[in-house]
Design a protein around this ligand. Structure first.
Ligand code: OSB
Ligand code: MG
Length: 368
């Protein structure tokens, strides 16, 4: 692909409001912006979505930086690739570290699409020109949640997700349902329960949730299959699905009826597309998960969410959901609950260099 250089920028920005789960709060977000440039000066962008600490998966900003600098970029330099399809296999000599791999792989996809003069959505087979926006309310307080949902519905959001745990589940969901009986609503537990909580989870069946996301262990697919036999609400797996093989096994076991696809969690676009294609062929709906991300990752999410199997609105909101000012231009906007899929080459957004300067804490450039 004629790559001349790779630039890594660690950025840091406060969220407008802290995002809370039972695992902790996110108040500041760090991420790695990856920029690959070819010999014609065309640039592709990716975003490393690991958090500062390993609360969601085992990766962190620092481990991602280390993997990129000491293993992944050197692999690209030594062996080279002629198509982004080859990156996943090239990186397979490094075990896991999916978010680090995805940040570079997605940048290569953006670059490839730009070189072809085609949008990333088109090049991967996207069929939608606009996608429905969904939003996550990261707060356990019922009054606050109701207020936020009200405002998101005014903005046209098509689907709302709330975080639940044994400390905030039945009363929270029942309170939301009282005020919003027809709202497409789902709950994400981020592994807050165990099989001992079957009755608690079964009690949520009456609320007609679209799904319950990752109720049990972050690495489990066996107990989820047992739970799914006992509850009506479809289970959606997030944390447990980190490879195509995980998705196949979970579907075969009946561990879930829905899968949340995150490019970072599964190691990039190639693997995400394979999971999508498999689920689509099996009639398992998928949707695009969120990582409290900046605009580069959002833009990649929009491209993947334009594939035909993405039948449920994802955790894809606008740039203004978390940021006073995003690092891209134009920023991502939700209009009447929809987000436009850019038709311009690649991911269809540029880095806002002025904003990048304000938020960059470390920058390192590698010449290939
Ligand atoms: O479990 O889906 C999750 C955010 C960070 C880490 C994990 C998760 C989330 C979200 C999405 O719920 C929030 C968003 O990006 O809007
Ligand atoms: Mg989740």
């Amino acid at each position: 692909m004629d790559i001349k250089s790779v630039c890594l920028s660690v950025i840091k920005m406060p969220l407008k409001q802290p995002f809370m789960t039972h695992l902790g709060s996110v108040t500041d977000r760090e991420a790695i912006i990856v920029e690959v440039e070819d010999r014609n000066g065309i640039a592709g962008y990716g975003e490393g979505v690991a958090f500062t600490s390993p609360w969601y998966t085992e990766e962190t900003v620092q481990t991602s930086f280390h993997m990129l600098k000491d293993f992944l970029i050197p692999l690209l330099k030594e062996k080279g690739i002629s198509h982004p399809d080859e990156a996943f296999a090239l990186f397979s000599s490094v075990r896991r570290n999916h978010m680090a791999k995805a940040s570079l792989e997605t940048a290569l996809w953006d670059l490839h699409a730009k070189r072809e003069g085609i949008s990333l959505s088109k090049i991967i087979g996207g069929t939608m020109s606009a996608i429905p926006a969904g939003v996550v309310v990261g707060n356990p307080n019922l009054a606050e949640v109701l207020k936020q949902i009200e405002s998101y519905l005014e903005q046209g959001f098509k689907r709302v997700k709330v975080k639940i745990s044994p400390d905030a589940d039945f009363q929270l969901i029942s309170g939301i349902r009282k005020q919003f009986p027809d709202l497409p609503l789902m709950a994400d537990a981020n592994s807050a329960y165990s099989l001992r909580d079957v009755d608690r989870l079964k009690a949520l069946d009456e609320f007609g949730l679209l799904m319950i996301e990752q109720p049990l262990g972050f690495d489990d697919i066996i107990d989820h299959a047992k739970l799914q036999e006992k509850i009506k609400t479809p289970i959606c797996l997030d944390e447990s699905i980190v490879t195509f093989e995980d998705a196949r096994k979970a579907v075969e076991l009946g561990s879930c009826g829905v899968i949340n696809i995150k490019l970072g969690r599964v190691g990039g676009l190639n693997e995400a597309k394979r999971i999508h294609d498999y689920c689509h062929s099996k009639g398992i709906p998928v949707w695009a998960g969120g990582m409290i991300e900046f605009g580069i990752s959002r833009a990649h999410n929009i491209a993947i969410a334009s594939l035909p199997g993405f039948m449920i609105p994802g955790d894809i909101s606008g740039s203004d959901r978390y940021w006073e000012q995003d690092i891209i231009q134009p920023e991502i906007k939700v209009e009447n609950g929809m987000i436009n899929v850019p038709g311009s080459p690649g991911i269809g957004v540029e880095l806002n260099r002025k904003r990048m300067k304000e938020v960059t804490v470390i920058e390192e450039r590698f010449v290939l």
